[in-house]
Design a protein around this ligand. Structure first.
Ligand code: ADP
Ligand code: MG
Length: 486
């Protein structure tokens, strides 16, 4: 007779399966065990170790992550090599039943697209917290009355903490609770869409909540640069100084890497930094890379960034990604089955912005169809997103972007003109095509008005070299890459 044991371990089971489950429990964290292994039922039939799970996503997960562990432990326990066989049985596992049994009408993606407002299909549904124009948060005279530059959505309590971002989160909270006292500056860095801007807003919101009179200035590296340029142009450096050195208690600058290669801006920032630092006013900076990796940054700034605390934010693990989806679902009152959350969290690995974007599409679909979201729908949406990303990166797109950046038309990029103002953008475009489309040199030449492949090789080599030497090219490429990969 087959013996069956449920992962949670109750009476009347074979010793073997029982022991196996006990061992597995000690090999993975409690969280992971409860999440992934507890719902499984183990049973033995001859040489086969059967694992019954309630749904496909659990099966795939266990197979991908725990198969060798299970094989290994089963072997250690019995000195026998078992064949592992998975079966999916929705009623047999220990998982809670799926969300309401409302029958799902067959869903046609096209129908939904037609019914949706156009912006649902714009590339970036959930924009990153917008860069508000520089403005001082509530002035002392009218606490709370002035418009806050902070987005209430990006608070600490909407930020899901996992192992990849807990350090940054803790550091941010500490700085927000005791500005100017613990770590100055706090320097947060990490890739696109991982929550840096969110944390910066959270710090601002928290400080204002604790002390509505506090003058918190939120700005970006780009805005700081523009302010300085304008101050010089209109001879208003006095106002500039006042804004950044006098009328504030806390300075939050998003994307400080923007000042790389800009000497005057770095000079102005150096003095700003010193003034604020000496009077123990809190400075928080975010960047897409660590201080040591920001090119063309003055040494004295680099070393100052190291005076306080440097915290890096990484890509959250799958559990955190699922938790973020659950949080979104709760907030939007959407029923999100585990299988769907898993599917999305597993596929969307690179950043949270994409995760949110897909969630928004999914929930728009679901609410329009009056049905619960299901795996098939999620599958379609993810597929769409992947196709879009692929088409997003094409010769046309790269050429359009480069032309726009340099204020040229695409035809000039494809022309034979040799003026530097045209040839350099053309070389940058070729370089980006090589890097992002992985196209061959002749293919690239073909897309640039039939240029010879040696011309392309020369262009790619030149830009690769110039990136390290020429701040203008370096920053142009950085900006363009940001658009291409966002
Ligand atoms: P970055 O500035 O690092 O490029 P953002 O702060 O703009 O990234 O984050 C992108 C989106 O992802 C935002 O909508 C943000 O709220 C969300 N997000 C990022 N990390 C988290 C998290 N840990 N919990 C909840 N939402 C998050
Ligand atoms: Mg950001």
């Amino acid at each position: 007779m087959d013996s069956i044991v449920k992962g949670s371990g109750t009476a009347n089971m074979s010793d073997f399966s029982n022991q196996l489950v006990d061992i597995l429990k000690t090999k993975v964290s409690e969280f992971r065990y409860n999440q992934w292994l507890k719902p499984a039922r183990f049973s033995v039939a001859g040489d086969t170790l059967k694992i019954q799970v309630p749904n496909k996503f659990l099966r795939d997960w266990v197979r991908n992550h725990y198969l060798s562990l299970i094989e290994y432990e089963a072997y250690s326990l019995s000195q026998k090599k078992y064949q592992i066989e998975f079966t999916v049985d929705p009623d047999g596992g220990g998982m809670p039943p799926r969300s309401p049994a409302s029958p799902l009408a067959p869903i046609s993606l096209e129908d939904f697209k037609a019914a949706l407002p156009a912006e649902v299909f714009s590339k970036e549904i959930e924009k990153s917290p917008s860069y508000s124009p520089v403005s001082l948060a509530p002035m002392p005279s009218t606490p709370g009355a002035a418009r806050s530059p902070f987005n209430p959505k990006y608070a600490f309590d909407t930020f899901v903490v996992g192992s990849a971002n807990q350090f940054c989160h803790a550091a941010s909270l500490s700085v927000a609770s005791h500005p100017g006292q613990n770590y100055n500056p706090l320097f947060i860095y990490g890739g696109v869409g991982l929550g840096k801007t969110h944390l910066l807003h959270a710090i601002g919101l928290h400080i204002l909540k604790q002390n509505p009179k506090s003058r918190v200035l939120f700005t970006t590296g780009e805005q700081f640069t523009n302010d300085l340029i304008n101050a010089i142009r209109y001879e208003t450096t006095h106002e500039f100084r006042k804004k950044y050195r006098e009328s504030l208690d806390v300075l939050l600058i998003d994307d400080i890497q923007f000042i790389s290669g800009k000497e005057r801006t770095q000079e102005a920032f150096f003095h700003t930094f010193n003034t604020l630092y000496e009077s123990r006013r809190q400075i928080v900076l975010t960047s897409d890379r660590s201080p040591k990796d920001i090119p063309q940054l003055e040494e004295r700034l680099r070393s100052r960034f190291n005076w306080g605390l440097i915290a890096d934010i990484q890509i959250p693990d799958i559990e955190t990604r699922m938790a973020i989806l659950r949080r979104l679902a709760e907030r939007n009152r959407i029923e999100l089955p585990d299988a769907v959350a898993y599917l999305m969290a597993e596929r969307l690995t690179s950043n949270i912005r994409d995760l949110e974007g897909s969630f928004n599409r999914l929930s728009a679909f679901a609410s329009l169809s009056n049905s619960v979201v299901c795996e098939e729908l999620a599958e379609k949406i993810l597929q769409d997103l992947i196709t879009e990303k692929k088409t997003a990166l094409s010769f046309d797109r790269i050429q359009d972007l480069v032309a726009e950046h340099y204020k040229l038309d695409v035809d000039s990029l494809k022309s034979k003109r040799r003026f530097k103002t045209v040839s350099e953008p053309r070389q940058v475009a070729m370089y980006l095509c090589k890097k992002y489309l992985k196209a061959s040199f002749p293919e690239i030449g073909h897309h640039f008005g039939g240029k010879d492949h040696t011309t392309v090789i020369h262009a790619v080599r030149k830009i690769t070299r110039e990136i390290d030497l020429n701040p203008e090219i370096q920053s142009a490429v950085a900006v363009l890459e940001k658009y291409l990969t966002a």
